[in-house]
Design a protein around this ligand. Structure first.
Ligand SMILES: Nc1ncnc2c1ncn2[C@@H]1O[C@H](COP(=O)(O)OP(=O)(O)O)[C@@H](O)[C@H]1O
Ligand SMILES: [Mg+2]
Length: 391
């Protein structure tokens, strides 16, 4: 299979030089050649690698590179640097380029870089991880409890690996649900974003179960601000398309800010967790109205009623009438067992699967998975239209 290169140069001499180098690489060919003075809107599609002669002090070029690397559909970018310095390498890392080479370009180094590219073949067959967000309509409604246990049940029942991400960046509490002390956090992924691959990602995850890995939140409140919406988008797009995971569950903080909105925008399904209480339901209604206003309704939103007690003050019908939408799943109230499981750092779905609260969560997992594996979208649709049976 030929590796197709697109080269970007700023003088005819450099164009000739890059053409000559690529010609010497076995199985490689230049299929397009662009002048840096006339950058196209995006890298040419239909190529496997962009090789670009880097120009210092060209902010337009920097912006172009950053935009190009933020879209995983684009080919990876290799930079040819006139001089290699720590500053330039840091810059290249931040821009998201895949490889840097000093000039003159060593054929061996180029070949090694090509060997490192994971998916030159068969990329088009990948469908990517299913991205599911769990969003609490206010603090304390049980979104982390639902996220942790649902992730466990998905890992147990599905054939694909499950990645649980703690995106409650300031207070991330998921680690306590597993009694875990993760060595690394999402900040390590941010620091190595330029070279992110599945090997690196797996090295910073905490293994909770055989098929379940946790990406922990930063350990200190003030570190949360390091993760910008742009960086998060790159991480989530990588997880979706290149991580090899079947499912990614994101426990999102209940603050509706840019980080939360970015996560929801990139999610296939958003589970909005609420409780049968007037304040929680009022918040849920406000959030649904905001999503409507922001045009986020295109994403699949499912209202999940946690801590449901049949004998409580409010009936499901009353709550649905108030919210103006269906409650698509209800999870039983069990303060004693749930509280104890969290304090002990043992997942309830694992230690007491027969409890009604766990049976309810198992139904939710089964619905997300779809009766027939791989028909995820169709099952979401059934869920959205309320075909899923409630207790
Ligand atoms: N189904 C449930 N039944 C009873 N208590 C629950 C249930 N789900 C969660 N809780 C309790 O709610 C509290 C908050 O849970 P948590 O998952 O940390 O909420 P959030 O992440 O939304 O802030 C915990 O003390 C937990 O014991
Ligand atoms: Mg939480």
């Amino acid at each position: 299979m030929t590796t197709r290169f697109s080269i970007y140069h700023h003088t005819p001499e450099e164009e000739e030089y890059l053409n000559k180098v690529i010609k010497s690489v076995p199985g490689a060919a230049v299929v397009s050649s662009e002048n840096l003075a006339h950058l196209p809107a995006r890298p040419n599609s239909g190529v496997d690698v962009v090789l670009l002669e880097y120009q210092e002090d060209n902010p337009l070029l920097d912006r172009w590179i950053q935009k190009a690397t933020s879209d995983p559909q684009n080919p990876p970018i290799f930079l040819l640097l006139r001089e290699i310095s720590t500053d330039y390498l840091w810059k290249a890392l931040r821009l998201g380029v895949k490889e840097c080479f000093p000039c003159p370009l060593s054929l061996d180094h180029l070949q090694e870089a090509l060997d490192r590219l994971p998916t030159l073949a068969g990329t088009e067959e990948k469908s990517g991880a299913h991205m599911v967000s769990i969003l609490g309509c206010k603090g304390g409604v049980g979104s982390s409890f639902v996220a942790a246990n649902l992730a466990y049940l998905l890992a147990e029942e599905s054939k694909g690996k499950v990645l649980l991400m703690d995106l409650d960046l300031e207070y991330g509490e998921l680690k306590y649900f597993f009694d875990a002390q993760p060595r690394y956090t999402i900040l390590d992924v941010v620091e190595n974003l330029g070279n992110l691959d599945s090997l690196y990602l797996n090295s910073v995850l905490h293994a909770c179960q055989e098929n379940l890995q946790l990406l922990a939140a930063p350990s200190r409140i003030e570190e949360a601000e390091v993760l910008t919406p742009g960086l998060l988008e790159k991480i989530l797009r990588f997880i979706k398309m290149e991580s090899g995971y079947g499912w990614a569950l994101m426990d999102v903080r209940h603050k509706i800010d840019e980080i939360t909105l970015k996560t929801l925008e990139l999610s296939e399904l958003v589970i909005l967790v609420t409780r049968p209480s007037v304040p929680a339901l009022s918040n849920t209604k406000k959030i649904l109205e905001l999503f409507n206003l922001l045009g986020l309704e295109g994403a699949n939103f499912a209202v999940l009623l946690n801590c449901w007690d049949k004998k409580g003050d409010l009936s499901v019908e009353e709550m649905e009438k108030f919210l103006g939408r269906k409650v698509v799943a209800a999870v039983a109230n069990d303060p004693f067992h749930v509280g104890r499981s969290i304090n002990e750092g043992k997942l309830l779905a694992q230690t007491a699967p027969r409890l009604p609260v766990c049976q309810d969560l198992r139904k939710v997992a089964a619905t997300i998975l779809g009766r027939d594996q791989g028909e995820c979208r169709r099952s979401f649709w059934g869920w959205m239209t309320g075909q899923w049976g409630r207790r």
